[in-house]
Write a protein that binds this ligand. Structure first.
Ligand code: HEC
Ligand code: HEC
Length: 343
């Protein structure tokens, strides 16, 4: 059979059109809605600018747990934000990156959808801007962005997952940070014993109840329920570490009135997130509360410290620790923490 040139062109362009159409129609990510727990305010994150999808969340999770994002493939986000420690650094005051130590202790990532500003000093204005800080920091992941994007673009699995989440284009930095946000936004913790008591599904035992009453008097002005923080920056009479010389929010604003102010951390899952404070200087809840007492910040008797500790333990949400949606396919091997004799 003879086919004229014109017909060939028509067939070729028809085929190209079909392929194009298939590509457009096969990009149909499944929308996911983040449910606001009952009694909570609406999240502050602008979901309209980065709508959650099943594909975006799955991709964000893979990226979050992938050490290949760092320069020497040794450090993932989860190296410092360990799932078993409510996404903080377990047992070490300062988190460890590619070039060993950072200067702060990694905070929990639960309920980030409710945070307007991130970091202990509030220097990251969005989750996407935040993600670039550890990726670029030489102490953390030390990634070279053009090189990282090229590696992702050359990786067939990532290529497929990015296309499913964001459409068939070249993988961009914007897509990378939006996918990481999507996974982190799903990390909601709202099912502790405290929440069950508030919903009328459980009751406090006596020390927890007494601790709750003290907490309501002495702590809620900063650690305000239901998120257990008001996201303000406060100086809790903490002394400046002579080596780290961390002035807190002043470092970002340049305003001396912000000296030694740090973002009030949420106390959700606090039993799991030790060590405490921006530089992990407190190894136990007892030592944090002893600091409040001895610095004269908050008058507390030893008896009150005991009751408060019982109450704080009710903020542990064991359901999130075993939620397969949050956990990696394989356990995280933390090869940045070779022994426990150093910080
Ligand atoms: C080397 C350890 C390390 C790595 C790797 C790391 N982080 Fe962090 N992360 C920290 C520390 C330390 C802070 C607190 C820094 C500060 O306040 O200056 C932090 C803060 C954050 C915050 C702010 C939380 C808040 O409450 O303000 C988010 C969100 C976050 N990290 C997400 C990520 C993501 C996503 C990745 C991977 C791309 C990542 N981190 C990689 C150590 C790390
Ligand atoms: C004036 C505000 C304020 C009040 C009141 C307050 N806190 Fe805090 N709290 C903070 C700030 C700020 C930090 C973080 C300090 C840092 O990063 O070094 C903190 C840290 C903590 C931590 C360590 C958490 C972590 O993950 O590192 C615990 C535990 C804690 N507070 C418990 C309490 C209890 C219990 C009370 C009531 C007795 C209380 N706080 C009252 C502001 C406050």
């Amino acid at each position: 059979m003879k086919i004229s040139v014109a017909t060939t062109i028509t067939i070729v362009s028809f085929a190209a059109l079909c392929m194009g159409t298939t590509a457009i129609f096969s990009y149909k990510p499944t929308p996911i809605r983040l449910l606001t727990p009952k009694g909570w305010p609406e999240p502050v994150y602008k979901f309209s600018s980065n709508p959650l999808t099943k594909e975006g969340i799955a991709l964000g999770k893979k990226l979050f747990y992938d050490p290949a994002l760092s320069s020497d493939s040794s450090v993932s986000c989860a190296t410092c934000h360990e799932p078993a420690a409510a996404f903080t650094t377990y047992d070490h005051p300062l988190s460890h990156g590619v070039n060993n130590l950072t200067t702060r202790n990694a905070p929990s990532l639960f309920n980030v959808a409710w945070q307007k500003e991130l970091m202990y000093d509030g220097r990251a204005a969005s989750l996407e801007a935040q993600a670039l800080l550890p990726l670029h920091s030489i102490d953390e992941m030390d990634a070279n962005m053009p090189d990282l994007l090229q590696r992702l673009n050359n990786n067939p699995t990532y290529k497929k997952m990015f296309s499913a989440a964001f459409g068939p284009s070249k993988i961009t930095q914007d897509q990378l940070t939006r996918a990481l946000s999507q996974f982190q936004l799903t990390l909601v913790s709202a099912n502790s014993k405290y929440d069950k008591v508030m919903r009328g599904e459980a009751s406090f035992i006596l020390p927890e109840k007494l601790g709750y009453e003290i907490f309501e008097k002495k702590c809620v002005s900063c650690h305000t329920p239901p998120l257990f923080t008001n996201y303000s920056y406060q100086n809790t009479a903490i002394t400046r570490d002579p080596v780290l010389k961390d002035n807190g929010r002043e470092r970002f604003t340049g305003n001396s009135a912000d000296s030694l102010k740090f973002k009030v951390p949420s106390l959700r899952n606090v039993a799991l997130t030790f060590p405490y404070g921006h530089d992990g200087r407190y190894y136990s809840i007892l030592s944090v509360l002893t600091h409040y007492k001895t610095s004269g910040q908050i008058p507390l008797s030893n008896y009150e410290i005991g009751q408060l500790t019982a109450f704080l333990n009710t903020l542990t949400d064991s359901s999130v620790l075993t939620n397969p949606a949050f956990l990696p396919a394989q356990p995280v091997i933390n090869n940045k923490i070779p022994n426990h004799t150093h910080q």
